[in-house]
Design a protein around this ligand. Sequence first.
Ligand SMILES: [Zn+2]
Length: 115
Amino acid sequence: MRPADLQRYKKRLLEKQREVSSAKPDAQARVPGAGGGEGDLIDQANLDAEAELQIRVHQTDGRLLRAIEEALARVRHGTYGACDVCKQPISKARLEAVPWTRHCRECKEREHPAA
Ligand SMILES: [Zn+2]
């Protein structure tokens, strides 16, 4: 991989990392608090669903953040851009779309055929 390409992916990873990290306090602030008295059951159910959704978003962010950190570690170690499974270079188009990916498209599809 050309150093200029590597720098570009690294920059995108850092930008995404900042974006995901900074999104966290906002998401936390939107989680509805407990209480609210004798609210009707439907409202309470909606609040619960919303809280659950926020938790799911958090888990996704955490996974994404970890994937980004791992990708940045691979940049440092000089192994960035190679598929974890088949060790072949991951296509440029795929790295452009998902710079934190660990798998080439073929291996990803083999792992999750339905996805
Ligand atoms: Zn592969």
